[in-house]
Design a protein around this ligand. Structure first.
Ligand SMILES: [Zn+2]
Length: 245
C-alpha cells in the first residue's frame, strides 16, 4: 500500500478591516484570499521528505506536484487534512483547471485522536510531545508568514524546515496510532499477502480468543507487530436463534 503523509502551509486572507474586535468582513473587503504556499510530503518507508513551495518552485509546479503525488497514493495520512489540507488542495486543483486526482483513502489522525482518547488538547504539537515522539519546529509565529510573503529567503528556509518537520512528526504519530485506527485501509487487499494485519501489514497474527457478533463467532487475532486486533472472516459457529429487532 502506498501511504503518503502530507501537510500544507497556507497564506492568511488579507482584508481591509475597520476595527480590531468582532469584525464582520464582507467579501468586497477581501483584498487577497489565502492560498496554499507550500507543502511537504513523505512516502511511508522512504526517508526523503519532499517539499514544494510557491517560492522555491512556483505555484503551478507546486500544485502539479501535489496532484501527481496524491494520484499515486492509496492512502493519505494527515492531521486535520479532511477539513483543511485536502479541500485547500482541491480548490487549487480546480482553480488550475485540473481534474480530481485519482481517489485515495484518508487517514486523518486528528479525528483518530479525538475519537479514541481524551487529551486536554487535540493539537498535533501537544499530542506528540505528550507521547514523547517529537515536537514541531519552533518558529517566529505570524512574522514567519509575513517574511515569507515578502520573499525573504531565510524565512523560507525556516518554513521548509518547519513544514518538513510537521510531516515527520505526523508520520511518527501515525506509527504510534496504527493499532488504534478503526477501518484502516486493509493491507491484505493491497499486497500479494492476504493473511496479514489489516492495519500494518505485519505477517504474524497470534490467535487470541474469539470475536463475537450478534449471530456468529470468529477466530480473533492480535498482530505481533503493532498490537491491532482483527478477526477471521470464516464463521466458526452461528446461533440457530437470535433476538427480534
Ligand atoms: Zn499490525
Amino acid at each position: 500500500m502506498k501511504i503518503l503523509t502530507l501537510d500544507i502551509e497556507t497564506s492568511p486572507n488579507l482584508a481591509h478591516v475597520w476595527g480590531l474586535f468582532k469584525q464582520n468582513v464582507a467579501i468586497n473587503q477581501l483584498m487577497e484570499s489565502g492560498e496554499v504556499i507550500a507543502f511537504a510530503a513523505k512516502w511511508y518507508g522512504s526517508k526523503e521528505v519532499k517539499f514544494y513551495s510557491v517560492h522555491h518552485d512556483g505555484k503551478e509546479e507546486m500544485v502539479n506536484a501535489a496532484h501527481a503525488l496524491l494520484s499515486k497514493a492509496d492512502a493519505v495520512v494527515h492531521f486535520n487534512g479532511k477539513t483543511f489540507d485536502i479541500p485547500h488542495l482541491n480548490r487549487e486543483f480546480v482553480e488550475h483547471g485540473l481534474t480530481p486526482p485519482a481517489p485515495f483513502k484518508q487517514i486523518d489522525l486528528k479525528q483518530i485522536v479525538a475519537k479514541q482518547f481524551r487529551f486536554p488538547s487535540n493539537k498535533l504539537d501537544y499530542v506528540v510531545q505528550r507521547l514523547n515522539i517529537g515536537k514541531k519546529t519552533p518558529h517566529t509565529g505570524h512574522k514567519l508568514w509575513v517574511d515569507c510573503l515578502n520573499g525573504n529567503d531565510k524565512a523560507w528556509a525556516l518554513m521548509r524546515k518547519y513544514n518538513k518537520m510537521d510531516v515527520e512528526v505526523t508520520e511518527k504519530l501515525y506509527d504510534r496510532l496504527i493499532p488504534w485506527i478503526p477501518s484502516h485501509p486493509n493491507h491484505g487487499l493491497y499486497g500479494d499477502d492476504k493473511r496479514v494485519c489489516p492495519n500494518c501489514g505485519g505477517p504474524e497474527l497470534k490467535k487470541q480468543g474469539k470475536a463475537y457478533t450478534a449471530m456468529s463467532v470468529y477466530q480473533r487475532y492480535k498482530c505481533v507487530d503493532c498490537g491491532k486486533w482483527s478477526r477471521g472472516n470464516k464463521r466458526l459457529d452461528v446461533t440457530p436463534i437470535t433476538d427480534v429487532r
